[in-house]
Ligand binder design. Sequence first.
Ligand code: HEM
Length: 327
Amino acid sequence: MWSIKPLMFTCLFVLSVTAAQADEPPVEQRLVDTFSELAGGPHPGYRVNHAKGIVVQGFFDPDQQARQVSYAPHLQDARSEVIVRFSNATGVPDINDASPGAFPKGMAIRFLLADEEYTDIVVLSVDRFPVSTPEQFLALLTAIKNSKNSSATPSPIEQFLAQTPAAKTFVELEKPAPVGFATQSYHGINAFKFENAEGKQQFGRYLIEPVGGSEFLTEEQRQAAGEDYLKQQLSQQLQQGPVKLTISVQLAEAGDNVTDPTQVWPAERRLVKLGTLTIDSVMADGEAYAKANMFNPLAVPEGISPSDDPVLLARPVAYAISYGRRQ
Ligand code: HEM
């Protein structure tokens, strides 16, 4: 089972902090600092990114095909209980749900396994990342920060985007406001390696889609939406009945880049449905749960392992620094 993983990730964290003491802080710490500055923080008790969110719960039923992809325990026969946190981007705790700055939305899913173990999937409502490495991500966030009070032409962010085409493409993507947190798709972006019981290994990326289809606000509706409309919409939707989303994995083919999250794979790549997620209620003590817990994309069971994507590998280190500060 995955109990070895937290150890591995603690070691990574200690190693990077030790290396930093001799020199400057590690990139993950500088990313956390920059997120916090961009959000006008520190905001005690809140995540430095995806600060505003709602915690809901339900269950996951694996599909028959899932075990062809992985022998991970939650992908076999049995239903797992799940806890899901939906969130807005940025570390601004009271950001308007409808604002373009709150894009992309986040979805963190925790599958509760036997013996108090768990595995997480942590995804975004966009199909790619703006940059390929944590160092480039720090350069992007720093350029945004330095452009706030800069009169330079071109501004630091204009210069960065001119030199980094993937980031330019990303910032030019549409930033639609969803009707609800559960009325849009979420993407894994980072690849993982899946292994089945026969030892077959394949790289894949998660795709999570609402069974009822995606729905977005019109520009008029966006302007009229209340700043907490997403929380209210989801609570009302759940009062009418459970909300379902499918969890699938898009499988890479030879030649697809599995270590660069800016590279979207061709749409015709095979999608294997892993199962159906049913959300049935808002968690009563969800805020306390969110504060006391950290969702970790590298909390994976046997049968799933991380790719060498440097963005993926930096994430739990940065999340742990943010988690440590918000306790
Ligand atoms: C180097 C790249 C990245 C950095 C430095 C970063 C940093 C962070 C940090 C510091 C947090 C707050 C963690 C906490 O306090 O618990 C966070 C939350 C989050 N991140 Fe990232 N992130 C990165 C890339 C990504 C990617 C690629 C995705 C999705 C594919 C993603 C999705 C999320 C989500 C959904 C949350 C909220 C999780 C929750 O509800 O607890 N992030 N991120």
